[in-house]
Write a protein that binds this ligand. Structure first.
Ligand code: C5P
Length: 230
């Protein structure tokens, strides 16, 4: 079963409720999930909402990136959120950090799956050089995929352009792709984008979509997605 995660990028609980209500569809072969990122989780009532939520297939996109001890403790602090299925950590935090997160999930939240974020889809080969990297994004993502595999985490987050070679490294791992846009749509701050259909065709196990689904008429956007996957 492939997942379509809807990024609930808002700080409004009302908006989240609307997104959930208007995206209750059954689509053969696909399962809808919901991703809560920094905007919602950092908002005043965000954590409380997630705590009480009965929705299934939840992804808490915290993108952990700190020293191993701090990340271990952060996962301990999330230990009460047994309803979350996925959390994220930056692979560039390194093997020790990913291992600490793995240890913490084993101890405090056994069912929680860890996704390693490789190079953000908002980077291009030009902008990645400006933060000091000398390799191309492709080389960097390849290295990070190897590290994610070595760290025995559950999956990687990458752009849909990188799935094919990541699949050869991370054979049985989940591959989740943001940077998804309908054909001809504005890409905003994203740089490495493909359409939902192209991402699944390349081998994504899941995609995540935010603005294309939650801006404007949500029901119409979901219908557009269904049509585009046919
Ligand atoms: O609105 P858009 O579809 O561009 O949103 C993409 C979502 O995926 C955002 O919530 C963003 O935080 C998340 N994400 C991403 N790139 C990653 C990991 C997560 O865009 N590498």
């Amino acid at each position: 079963m492939r997942n379509i995660f809807i990024a609930c990028d808002t700080s409004s609980i009302q908006k989240v409720k609307k997104i959930i209500k208007q995206s209750q569809i059954s689509l053969k072969g696909y399962r809808i999930g919901y991703k809560f990122g920094l905007e919602f989780f950092y908002s005043k009532n965000g954590r409380k909402f997630i705590e009480k939520s009965k929705i299934r297939n939840l992804w808490l996109d915290i993108k952990a990136f700190d020293i191993p001890n701090t990340c271990f403790s952060a996962i301990k602090s999330l230990g009460d959120l047994k309803n979350i299925s996925y959390i994220t950590a930056h692979v560039s935090g390194g093997y020790e950090m990913l291992s600490a997160i793995k240890q913490a999930t084993k101890k405090y939240n056994k069912k929680l799956k860890i996704l390693g974020v490789t190079v953000l889809t908002s980077f291009s080969d030009t902008s990645i050089k400006k933060v000091g990297h000398t390799k191309s994004i492709k080389d960097l993502v390849r290295k990070q995929a190897l590290l994610a595999k070595k760290s025995k985490i559950d999956g990687v987050v990458c752009s849909a352009h990188e799935i094919k070679f990541i699949k050869r490294i991370c054979k049985k791992m989940e591959i989740i792709t943001p940077g998804i846009r309908f054909k001809g749509e504005k890409i905003n701050d994203q740089k490495r984008v493909l359409s939902p259909k192209e991402a699944f065709k390349n081998g994504a196990t899941s995609i995540v979509m935010g603005r294309s689904l939650i801006k404007g008429n949500i029901k119409n956007n979901i219908q557009k997605l269904i049509k585009s996957l046919k």
